[in-house]
Design a protein around this ligand. Sequence first.
Ligand SMILES: Nc1nc2c(ncn2[C@@H]2O[C@H](COP(=O)(O)OP(=O)(O)O)[C@@H](O)[C@H]2O)c(=O)[nH]1
Ligand SMILES: [Mg+2]
Length: 123
Amino acid sequence: MQDIPKEFRAGYAALIGRPNAGKSTLMNSLLDIKLSIISPRPQTTRRRVFGILNSDAAQIVFIDTPGLLKPKYKLQKKMMEYVDTALNDADLLLLLIDVTAKIHPQDIDLKKMNPKKCRLFCC
Ligand SMILES: Nc1nc2c(ncn2[C@@H]2O[C@H](COP(=O)(O)OP(=O)(O)O)[C@@H](O)[C@H]2O)c(=O)[nH]1
Ligand SMILES: [Mg+2]
């Protein structure tokens, strides 16, 4: 088995944001693979999708998540539970905001939340 270098880093990075912010597009592009479904139809990603990026220096497990919304029915409630789980698991949050759309209160809530255990990047 290969020795792991001391400076090797590994962690979970969750992609979060409103429906259609481009979370799945960004993950697929970073991994250079068609893994997560990309669609102009909101709520296409209904569960977490894990994508692993390996390099000599690091292993990043990206977690693509359903878009943030106020749940109105059972499926949406379940989808938001997947988001909560991803938020808890993540070492890093990547908050995606569509610059062509208005900032949504849910974007602000997440930005304010900035959990202590977690670093937050807005893109
Ligand atoms: N113009 C533009 N469209 C994008 C960009 N990223 C994603 N899209 C489009 O936005 C729609 C939603 O993308 P998707 O990745 O499924 O969003 P998600 O719901 O956040 O996962 C798709 O039609 C994408 O092709 C971008 O950077 N620019
Ligand atoms: Mg998606």
